[in-house]
Write a protein that binds this ligand. Structure first.
Ligand code: ATP
Ligand code: MG
Length: 572
């Protein structure tokens, strides 16, 4: 019952604006026809589904065009970063099905970045500024007013060189000096108003330890790292659009006339409803224990989706369906669910499990008798074959599949009604057994032996087919049902005075501890995925222990939210 993960295909994805630009440039012979991309996460949290979009784009474009894609950790912010995140990110990228050509860390370039900063000072393109952070802010000006030059802007090159070296040596406390590019305080683009290239930060780095107490800014490290790796296309999200002039300025200084320079192209980030995506907020959910961890199946992280039962194929399929464009929008999480449902429908073996068991005793079935009925493993995949499921006198069915007083259109089991037990027999309810409090504890039925396999030779029909498990053969399982983590579409858009945490969905997790699965499930190990017939797709959770399996519901069989919403619309 396994389904090996399939690698991403190198067949061309549809042409989006980025692929079009790359193909045009390649045709013109730019970069000598090379395509080199990179995926540059900061190791300050786990990757989320938004990152998957960027991963699929960067690795996809390179694979389709015979190029390369590096995984580069942008680890320039020592206080927020950690090796735990580095390892998790590597695992997630690999799990998504991508292989990086080279693995780099921006911290690999600290020495080169430093040397180039010295070079910029020598060329009078950078200077050490000794204003306070607050003063720098004041001098920067605003969107409507130009900035003012710092009084230190014209300090002699030699003096800046000396100070910068001493900054590195650790002679100054945090915040006393910064290195700034000398561009223009009058630029209409605030990013060009002598941006900071280096700051002093006496903090240990997860890779370089205490070797450094000055760290490059992202805006400096990123373009130079791209240029060092000879990236051809630096694909990033739209918030970096205003940083592009600085990117180009720095690259220009660095390549110094070489024709081969990386080009930054921005695309719209993925936004999903009913969740938050910023790593800062995800970290808050973890730290404040609103969720069990980064891989809590309700999180939008890759590791959570994996634990929840998503396949890498379904995530890649989702990313290719949403495409790449320049305009921001919000994608309905139902689209993500659709992708996994479609994939699992094709591949997941069907099994029977009962989430809320109700005992059924078939009074005319011989005591002690048991038989095996043949059940098809996957109607979508003939090669999956059939299996044999034990049937006996005492069974469990779903409590929801029985009503003592059925409403009009309830066709499942109720007193006097006949239904089919999937692939087994027709049964008719004859009696309801209650405890002294009036709770139904058992339902008694009679079966028709002529209907073995699930069809009546006289052609008589029933309106419902129920799933079931044999009481003595079934294994106890725990099932965790997940719903959206937030109860409103846009928790990040919470107005002033509130936070996204005000909108956590209190019912996002339901744990059912008394479920029963057919015996074949006993052999399942994480991350085995199944369709529980009539209930949805489920996978084995790593919390499982021998004899105590735990299953996560990946997704229901149908989009119940869409149905709920339709209902409300109809009522109005
Ligand atoms: P966050 O804002 O969630 O903390 P980030 O942008 O700071 O994310 P990085 O680790 O810097 O996270 O991101 C690595 C790459 O992934 C960047 O190129 C970034 O543009 C891209 N990326 C991040 N979030 C999204 C998203 N929602 N959709 C598409 N790409 C994204
Ligand atoms: Mg970032």
């Amino acid at each position: 019952m396994s389904h090996p993960e399939q690698p991403p295909s190198a067949v061309s994805a549809p042409l989006d604006f980025i692929r079009t630009i790359i193909d045009e440039e390649t045709a013109e012979g730019k970069h000598g026809g090379r395509v080199a991309t990179r995926f540059p996460p900061e190791p300050n949290g786990y990757l989320h589904i938004g990152h998957a979009k960027s991963i699929c784009l960067n690795f996809g474009v390179a694979a389709e065009r015979g190029g390369t894609c590096n995984l580069r950790f942008d680890d320039t912010n020592p206080t927020k970063e950690d090796v735990e995140y580095v390892e998790a990110i590597k695992e997630d990228v690999a799990w998504l099905g991508f292989e990086w050509d080279e693995l780099y860390f921006a911290s690999d370039y600290f020495e080169k970045l430093y040397d180039f900063a010295v070079e910029l000072i020598r060329r009078d393109k950078a200077y050490v500024d000794s204003l306070t952070a607050e003063e720098i802010r004041q001098y920067r000006g605003t969107l409507t007013e130009p900035g003012q030059n710092s009084p230190y802007r014209d300090r002699p090159v030699e003096e800046s060189l000396d100070l910068f070296q001493r900054m590195r040596k650790g002679e100054f406390p945090d915040g006393t000096h910064v290195l700034r590019a000398k561009i223009s305080m009058a630029s209409p683009n605030l990013n060009m108003r002598d941006p900071t290239l280096y700051r002093i930060r006496h903090a240990a780095h997860h890779r370089t330890g205490d070797a450094w107490c000055i760290y490059p800014m992202y805006d400096y490290a990123h373009p130079i790292s791209d240029a060092i790796e000879r990236i051809t296309h630096s694909l990033c999200t739209l918030e970096f659009e205003d940083h592009r002039p600085l990117y180009d300025w720095l690259v220009e200084q660095f390549v110094d006339g070489r024709r081969d320079r990386p080009r930054q192209i921005e695309f719209a980030r993925l936004n999903l409803n009913y969740t938050v995506m910023s790593k800062r907020k995800l970290l808050q959910l973890v730290q404040q224990r609103h969720v069990a961890g980064w891989d809590d199946p309700r999180m939008p992280t890759i590791s959570a989706l994996r634990r929840r039962g998503y396949t890498p194929e379904s995530i890649r399929d989702f990313c290719s369906r949403i495409g790449v464009a320049k305009k921001e929008n919000v994608i309905d999480v139902a689209q993500l669910e659709h992708s996994v449902r479609e994939d699992l429908n094709r591949r997941a073996p069907r099994v029977m499990a009962v989430l809320k068991p109700l005992k059924v005793v078939i009074t005319n079935y011989p005591e002690g008798k048991e038989e095996l009925v043949d059940v098809i493993n996957n109607p979508e995949d003939e090669s999956a074959g059939t299996r044999r499921v034990p049937f006996s006198r005492e069974l469990f069915i779903e409590r929801d599949d029985f009503r003592e007083d059925p409403p009009k259109k309830f066709f499942r089991l109720s007193p006097g009604k006949e239904v089919r037990l999937r692939c087994a027999y027709f049964v008719t309810c004859t009696e309801v057994v209650k405890d002294p409090h009036g709770n139904i504890v058992e339902v008694r039925c009679v079966y028709d032996p002529a209907t073995r396999g699930g069809d009546a030779p006289d052609g008589r029909r029933v309106k419902a087919t129920l799933h079931w498990v044999s009481a003595s053969h079934a294994i106890p399982i725990e099932v965790r049902l997940y719903d959206r983590l937030f109860s409103i579409e846009d928790p990040e858009g919470t107005p002033e005075g509130g936070t996204f945490l005000d909108h956590l969905n209190p019912d996002s997790l339901e744990v059912l501890r008394d479920c029963r699965g057919e015996p074949s499930l006993g052999e399942a190990v994480a991350p085995a995925r199944f369709q529980f017939e009539r209930l949805g797709y489920f996978c084995v959770d790593p919390d499982s222990r021998p004899g105590a399996l735990v299953f996560n519901r990946t997704v229901s069989l149908r989009d119940t939210w869409a149905r709920l919403e339709q209902k409300t619309v109809r009522k109005d």
